[in-house]
Design a binder for this molecule. Sequence first.
Ligand code: AMP
Ligand code: ZN
Length: 502
Amino acid sequence: MDFHFLSLFKQGTRAGGTRMKRSPLYLFNTLSKKKDEFQAIKPDSVRMYSCGPTVYDRAHIGNLRPYVFSDILRRTLEYNGYTVKHVINITDVGHLTSDEDAGDDKMLLALRREGLPVTLAEMKKVGTKYAKMFKKDLGDLNIKTPLAFPRASEHIEGQIAFIKTLEEKGYAYILKDGVYFDTGVFKTYGALGGTPKELNTGVSRLKGGKRKRNERDFALWKFSTEESSTGKKLGWDSPWGVGFPGWHIECSAMSTEYLGKYFDIHTGGMDHIPVHHNNEIAQTEALTGKPFVNYWLHSAFLTIEGKKISKSIGNTVYLYHLADRGFPPFAYRYWLLTGHYRTQLNFTWEALQGAYSALVKLHKQFLDLGASNGVVVKSYQERFERFVNDDLDTPKAIALLFELIEDNAVEKRDKRATILDMNRVLGIGFIESHRQMKRMLAGETKKVEVKEAPREVQELVKERESAREEKDWKTADLLREKIAKEGYDIKDTEEGSELTKK
Ligand code: AMP
Ligand code: ZN
């Protein structure tokens, strides 16, 4: 019987909407430190919150890893027949450069760096600019759009209400520089663990007699120490004084507002475990008196050429750098999936080239399969499901995809249907209309000779070439954006600049 492609999407749910029994799904839970079998709170739907970026700068490729991971998690849950309510927040206030309530406010740093007036309105604008870039990167990486991207600056009232309740319940106290959460009253503090050294660093850094009651106590609200450009104190009014919410409170306030006071999954990068997520649990459970989240999942970090990603080393790579060198974002997504999300990965250009070549090969072989779908091959589907249901083992799932591609015993149309079934989880671009991949395969790159481009574009290309010669990368990047606004992508090759019409 012919199996129409659309029916693939209906798998996992019965006609009546109840979930079809699939093999068990195991996820490594930071709370229990082991792979737990996933049980949803509600029978058919899962609520999941991912800590989002601080929008004081563009996200580098390391920052994007947690969202490729949460996308695979979401798609795996959907593959298992759940509907998923996914929320990614946008941090645009209150995140200091250190997790321990010390250092500078990252959004203020952005205003200073960009020479903008110090006002809440400008802060919002800068945040909007980087949030837009972040969302574009997510789209380019084929990450499914979440239900909402709530912004901290748009949920100040909710955060104040949250802190007020904590105060009423006896969990908060006031110091000279802000309102603090009293971990001494919340007896189970530190549910996720974390190195004591990291948790203890807070006290010594709080100067000027601002003694906290316990070392691990953290700020819920920080009083403003900044004058805005209008001469007033910078910040929001609150019952305690003008200031900013602490970073952690936004995630407790917004996750519970969008997903309810008790939900299924919370994700983030591993750096969030010792402080941010322990604090989120403490605040929320102190408020509700109930468990907050059942499964806490964390993705590992990325190094570049063996080193920590750092502006001071100058090894930061952004998604557009990949495009510059002719790699579509799918190549990066695919490369990430060849490693397990809990394994630290080291990015190198050679590794990306290798991943890209493998992906191109896969796509070409897929195109050779023709355009009609047969049936999903059960034996392959079962193994695939077992792999992804084993704590999202994408490296094994990808190896299986290659095994299937090479398997001459499977009919072409069935192979096609099975690959598309696997791609519901992997999302590496077999049918998604990804311009770059499609163009690349069709060999129609829409290249335009620089001398044939409009005069304004030619001027911008010239200016950019001189900026690059002077190693003024910032200006070169700005000029790239201008060229993009004119409708062209620019790539640097050994022969010089290369233009492609968008
Ligand atoms: P931030 O904007 O600093 O809050 O970071 C956004 C996300 O990127 C967080 O979930 C971090 O855990 C994650 N992150 C930061 N640096 C890296 C890295 N080098 N590799 C992987 N994830 C990272
Ligand atoms: Zn968070």
